[in-house]
Design a protein around this ligand. Structure first.
Ligand code: 13P
Length: 313
C-alpha cells in the first residue's frame, strides 16, 4: 500500500461513524509507535507533522521514514502538514510527498483566510493533494500557535458554506471548545464541547468532513507518572473521551492528538532515568516510551475514535 490522501478514509469515517486519529509525531519512536498501533488495530491513520518537526527530522529523513513505515506494515496512512502557517510551507510539503496539508490562515479575517486557503487548494489539488483549513480559532498554545482567547472563538455556522464553497477545501477544522496543549482549561473548569454548534455546522454541510484539533484527553495516570518522577507539570484537564466518541458519531472525521503522546513518552523516560540512574543505553529508555505511546494510541483507536478494523481492505 502506498501513502494515501484522506479522501477515502474520510468517506468511510463519515458513513461508518468513526474518526481517523491524526497523531502528532515528534521523532522516529513516536512515528513507529503510531504506525504499529494502526497496523495492530487495522485502523486508517494520519501522521501529523508540524513545520518544527520537519526542521527537526529533515525532509528527506522524514519522507523515507514514512515510506519505511508503509513498506513495513502495509498500513493505510496519510502524511499531513499540521498548521501550515504560510502558502510556502504548504507548497513545500505538497512538493515533498505529503498527501494532505493544512493551511491555517485563521488568524486573518474571513476574506484573507479565503484568499490564502484558495491559493493552497489550487496548488495542492493540481498535484493530487488534499487541503484542510480552519475557521474560528482554537484556543491554547501549541508550539508557535498562541491564541489568546481562553475558550476559543467558535466557528460561526453561518460562515461555513461560503468558506467551503469559495475555497474548495476537502475538510474543515472547527472551533467548538477544544484547545491545544496540556493546559486546555482552568483548574476545576469543566470541559464542554459545543455540540449545538457542531449540529448546526453539520446541517449546513451535509456529508462534509469536519476536523477537531486540540483533542488530547491528558490521561491523569500519564500526568501522574511525569510528576512522580521529578516532573513539574501543573494540573491539566483534557477533552473527555466520551465527548470525542460522540463527535466521531457526528461529522467529525479527523481528531488531532499530540499532547497525549508527549506526556506519555516523557513520563516513561522520566521513570526510567529516575529508577535506573546507572543506565546509559539509549534503546533501554526509548523502548518502553515507544511501547507506552503505542498502547495509548491503540486504546484511542479501539475505544475512543472507533477506527479499529476500518482500514482499507
Ligand atoms: P492536543 O494539544 O490536544 O494534543 O492537540 C493537537 C492538535 O490539535 C494538533 O493540531
Amino acid at each position: 500500500m502506498a501513502l494515501v490522501t484522506t479522501k477515502e478514509m474520510f468517506k468511510r469515517a463519515y458513513k461508518e461513524h468513526f474518526s481517523v486519529g491524526a497523531f502528532n509525531v515528534d521523532n522516529l519512536e513516536t512515528l513507529q509507535a503510531v504506525i504499529e498501533a494502526a497496523a495492530e488495530t487495522k485502523s486508517p491513520v494520519i501522521i501529523a507533522i508540524t513545520e518544527n518537526v520537519i526542521k527537526y527530522f529533515g525532509i528527506a529523513y522524514l519522507r523515507h521514514a514514512i515510506e519505511a513505515a508503509v513498506e513495513t506494515y502495509g498500513v493505510e496512512v496519510a502524511l499531513h502538514l499540521d498548521h501550515g502557517k504560510s502558502i510556502e510551507i504548504c507548497k513545500y510539503c505538497v512538493d515533498n510527498g505529503f498527501t494532505s496539508v493544512m493551511i491555517d490562515a485563521s488568524a486573518y479575517d474571513f476574506e484573507e483566510n479565503i484568499r490564502i486557503t484558495k491559493e493552497v487548494v489550487e496548488y495542492a489539488h493540481a498535484k493530487g493533494v488534499v487541503v484542510e483549513s480552519e475557521l474560528g480559532a482554537i484556543a491554547g498554545i501549541e508550539e508557535d500557535i498562541d491564541v489568546n482567547d481562553k475558550y476559543g472563538r467558535f466557528t460561526h455556522p453561518d460562515d461555513v458554506v461560503e468558506f467551503v464553497t469559495r475555497t474548495g477545501i476537502d475538510s474543515l477544522a472547527i472551533a467548538i471548545g477544544t484547545a491545544h496543549g496540556a493546559y486546555k482549561f482552568k483548574p476545576g473548569q469543566k470541559p464542554q464541547l459545543r455540540f449545538d454548534i457542531l449540529d448546526e455546522i453539520e446541517e449546513k454541510l451535509p456529508g462534509f468532513p469536519l476536523v477537531l484539533h486540540g483533542s488530547s484527553s491528558v490521561p491523569q495516570s500519564r500526568l501522574a507518572l511525569v510528576n512522580q518522577y521529578g516532573g513539574q507539570m501543573k494540573e491539566a484537564i483534557g477533552i473527555p473521551e466520551s465527548m470525542l466518541t460522540e463527535a466521531s458519531h457526528h461529522s467529525v472525521c479527523k481528531i488531532n492528538v499530540g499532547t497525549d503522546l508527549r506526556v506519555t513518552f516523557t513520563g516513561e523516560i522520566r521513570k526510567f532515568f529516575f529508577t535506573q540512574p546507572q543506565e546509559y543505553e539509549i534503546r533501554k529508555y526509548t523502548t518502553p516510551a515507544r511501547t507506552a505511546v503505542k498502547e495509548m494510541v491503540k486504546e484511542k483507536m479501539e475505544k475512543v475514535f472507533e477506527s479499529a478494523g476500518h482500514a482499507a481492505k
